[in-house]
Design a protein around this ligand. Sequence first.
Ligand code: AMP
Ligand code: ZN
Ligand code: FE
Ligand code: FE
Length: 284
Amino acid sequence: MKLIDLHTHSTASDGTLPPAQVAEAAAQAGLAAVALTDHDTTEGLAEFRAAATPGGPELVPGVELSVDRPGGGSMHLVGLWVDPAEPCLAQGLERVQTARVERNPKIVARLQELGVDITLDEVVAAAGGGQVGRPHFAQVLVDKGVVAGPGEAFGRFLKRGAPAYMEKERLTPGQAMELIRGAGGVSVLAHPGLLELHPAVLEQLVKDLKDQGLMGLEAYYSEHNPSQERRLLDMAARLDLVVSGGSDFHGHNKPGIRLGAGQGTLRVPATILTGLKQARDALG
Ligand code: AMP
Ligand code: ZN
Ligand code: FE
Ligand code: FE
């Protein structure tokens, strides 16, 4: 069975491989397709697409947007086949990047209040010129020996509800899906299982999102167990949504997640590309 991976991150956001190396790693893993879906940026896509090789994996330009979750907090939408040159998307991304820039010093200030010796420069350096994300804060905390690993950094400091968690302004789901669609992309609800909603509540949320332009569900995902995967495949069929899937590969920033294989057992069949491309082409 041919396999694909439609959810990955590079150094353009909080992954540790440069975009071209994500493409190369996908070729080495024998994947038929790979999408680069960096958080709130399309900056990596030019380098990514330039890494195409004859007979290599199909390279899908994507993005992952954090949006407001009904009832509070955030959820993620993946856009596949977005055109990074489309001006409205570019403008929307600039806005959410500004929101990150406004949030990051607040996290630093709170960590300092908590007695942690950390500066914004150190975090920006960890991001290496890409979008700064919480995994970069985690990396600095690990490097300094404040915590044993990224999991502890999130648990003690960075996750929602922890003392150094800071809100940032986000797009609404409708705004994000409009940006994705305007740029020629297919909107997919990322890792629905991580929302930890009762199946009926999730289904209502997905229906509401579909009314606002949602086209697909990320049924195949590293952290979905087999029954979640099955339920999401069924839900996609019931609601006439296409199916997507990916690992959420971040290189060393998520050490347990392998490209195309997740925690070792993820299998995203290449056959789902047909439905996704039909959805894309129906956008006209
Ligand atoms: P940000 O977009 O800067 O708020 O960071 C979000 C990213 O942090 C996610 O995409 C994950 O890669 C990572 N993340 C969020 N929560 C956790 C957690 N509890 N443990 C490890 N990584 C996490
Ligand atoms: Zn990430
Ligand atoms: Fe995500
Ligand atoms: Fe992701």
